[in-house]
Design a protein around this ligand. Structure first.
Ligand SMILES: [Zn+2]
Ligand SMILES: [Zn+2]
Length: 78
């Protein structure tokens, strides 16, 4: 847990919790573990930065996963 964690992650918002687009559970940002995920496109760019939902262990990479996290987090009731 660093100050950097509060600035958001790619498109994911700088908030206390993120809502998982897969399972709909809101979890504290610090519980989303950092994961390296393989590039789903071409692999030329190496591994992607990813975060794992602590509730369902689904991993979201920064290219395709951050926006859905933002959408789920901003539309979910607190
Ligand atoms: Zn890539
Ligand atoms: Zn989840």
């Amino acid at each position: 847990m660093t100050a950097e964690d509060r600035t958001g992650w790619w498109d994911a918002p700088a908030s206390d919790t993120w809502t998982c687009p897969e399972c709909g559970v809101s979890s504290p940002v610090e519980q989303w573990a950092e994961r390296r995920v393989g590039c789903p496109d071409d692999g030329d760019c190496g591994d992607h930065d990813g975060r794992e939902c602590p509730a369902c262990t689904e991993v979201f990479d920064h290219v395709f996963g951050a926006s859905p996290i933002l959408k789920a987090s901003t539309t979910a009731p607190i």
